[in-house]
Write a protein that binds this ligand. Structure first.
Ligand code: ADP
Ligand code: ARG
Length: 348
């Protein structure tokens, strides 16, 4: 759907995005003519949510300045999503010793795999929605060069998307290692410009440590493995993040934490998830959601966001990422998963 960005957008009656909730006509008119130093406008920030009326959120930032210039729109959305408030500040805890999350399923009956990722963007450059082709390509070459220096378990190879064999790419996506192509939410946010140039994936030989380059965020640093050893996955990720931070300066704000293109990822930018088989709970989604809501968890399908569950397998992850530490993000996921497994066993 194309829209005339000079006038207040129309929202469908069933549109329930945070954009629709917080963008009044008056606010639209106040912000309409503001432009950040990298040339990012309100129309660009809200395009994804206007074009995709089934958005949950509907806004993206083009740069660090977007969060300040358009704060009267971004802040209520951030507060609503994360349960964060104006007086809160971001807190970080990357110490793996502080996490207590022993494998909730040592027999391997429920948890298929565990994955934890953080988003990161490069300091002093625009975010993906406003970046230029040259800046994006520069990030790709600089990040690939830093990753080349990793050693031990983290050592691996960078594979650019440009020129990648389609069969190889499809297999990486199907195996849950690589991002999908053509996401319509990202597309409308300007995040798919010049695709596939500048994008790629780094991974170690075992594919337990991976870095996505120039997708929704400039880096998505990922640790994953089969089974439910959450502590091992977290520990590998924390080691990797600290290592990469030695050679790449990340965009960070003392109040909002790590800055990301989507406000849902601010703060820790962490999503800790398990793929978990819960066939009994799957038959009663109301009871299922009661548990996930109580633990502030999100339910996704088997192929990630905007996908469906298959054979009673779900992707369960922490929902809050700002105002909580990295350790707390994982703890949210862990506590909820323990509760889900307990309920599933009762229903068996
Ligand atoms: P993000 O995690 O970056 O928010 P997605 O929700 O699209 O993005 O997930 C990206 C990929 O990671 C998808 O293929 C998804 O199935 C996979 N994935 C997520 N969690 C797990 C997990 N615990 N085990 C295996 N694959 C996972
Ligand atoms: N823009 C999409 C929406 O509003 C996704 C939001 C959260 N997910 C993300 N990958 N940033 O529904």
């Amino acid at each position: 759907m194309a829209w005339d960005s000079s006038s207040f957008p129309e929202f469908n009656s069933d549109c329930s995005s945070l954009l629709r909730r917080y963008l009044s006509k008056q606010l639209f008119e106040q912000l309409q003519n503001k432009v950040t130093a990298s040339g990012f406008t309100l129309a660009q920030a809200i395009n994804s949510g206007v074009v995709n009326q089934d958005s949950n959120i509907g806004v993206y930032a083009g740069d660090a300045e977007s969060y300040r210039l358009f704060d009267t729109l971004f802040e209520p959305i951030i507060f609503d999503y994360h349960g964060f408030s104006a007086n809160d500040i971001h807190r970080s805890d990357l110490n793996q010793e502080h996490l207590s999350a022993p494998n909730p399923d040592p027999a391997g009956q429920f948890i298929l795999s565990t994955r934890i990722r953080v988003g990161r963007n490069v300091a002093d450059l625009p975010l993906g929605p406003a970046i230029t082709r040259e800046q994006r390509n520069l990030i790709e070459s600089q990040v690939a060069a830093s990753l080349r220096d990793l050693s031990g378990e983290l050592a691996g190879t960078y594979y650019p998307l440009l020129g990648m064999d389609e069969t190889v790419r499809n297999q990486l996506v199907a195996d849950h290692f690589l991002f999908k192509a053509g996401d319509r939410f990202l597309d409308a946010a300007g995040l798919n410009r010049d695709w596939p140039e500048g994008r790629g994936i780094f991974h170690n030989r075992e594919k337990t440590f991976l870095v996505w380059v120039n997708e929704e965020d400039q880096l998505r640093i990922i640790s994953m493995q089969q089974g439910g050893d959450i502590e091992a996955v977290f520990s590998r990720l924390m080691t990797a993040v600290k290592e990469i931070e030695k050679s790449v300066a990340f965009m960070f704000d003392s109040r909002l934490g790590y800055l990301t293109s989507c406000p849902t990822n601010l703060g820790t930018a962490m999503r800790a998830s398990v793929h978990i088989r819960l066939p009994q709970l799957a038959t009663d989604m109301t009871a299922f959601k009661k548990i996930t809501d109580a633990h502030q968890l999100q339910i996704r399908g088997i192929d990630g966001e905007h996908s469906e569950s298959v054979s009673g397998i779900f992707d369960i992850s922490n929902r809050r990422r700002l105002g909580v530490t990295e350790v707390e993000c994982v703890q949210d996921m862990y506590n909820g998963v323990v509760a889900l497994i307990k309920r599933e066993k009762q229903l068996e």
